[in-house]
Every structure is written in C-alpha cells, then in structure tokens.
Design a protein around this ligand. Structure first.
Ligand SMILES: [Zn+2]
Length: 70
C-alpha cells in the first residue's frame, strides 16, 4: 500500500549521508540525500550484501586512479 503518510517510522540508523527507518507497515525506508528507497526487509539484507561485495571489489579507494593501461 502507498499510504506512507499514515505510517509510523522508527529510526534504525543514521549517518551524515543516509538514514534508515523501519515503517510499521514493514517497509524499510533508506534515505540517501534527496532519494528515498522503500525496501522490503529481505531486499535491505540483499542490498547490504551487494554493497559489501561492491566495496570488496573496489580498487584501493584511497588512490583515485582512473582505469589506465600501464
Ligand atoms: Zn509504511
């Protein structure tokens, strides 16, 4: 249902770049800047895994090197 105005949300976690709230309808609201994603709890778990994998696969983020052939 899209009655988000009637839903009550509980803050689960917050950081300077994003917040995660749990809605009483079971949806998890992930807000990043102006963007809010409404996710099922299972989708949030999957997203967490995908983000962890992406981070693990990133090159050393401390040296911002463009992909170049050496
Ligand atoms: Zn809701």
């Amino acid at each position: 249902m899209l009655n988000s105005a009637r839903c009550t949300r509980k803050l689960l976690a917050a950081s300077p770049i994003c917040t995660v709230e749990e809605c009483d309808c079971g949806t998890v609201h992930l807000s990043v800047g102006a963007l809010t994603l409404r996710l099922e709890p299972d989708a949030l778990r999957e997203l967490q895994g995908v983000l962890a994998t992406a981070q693990a696969n990133m090159r050393d983020s401390s040296s911002h090197r463009p992909a170049a052939n050496n």
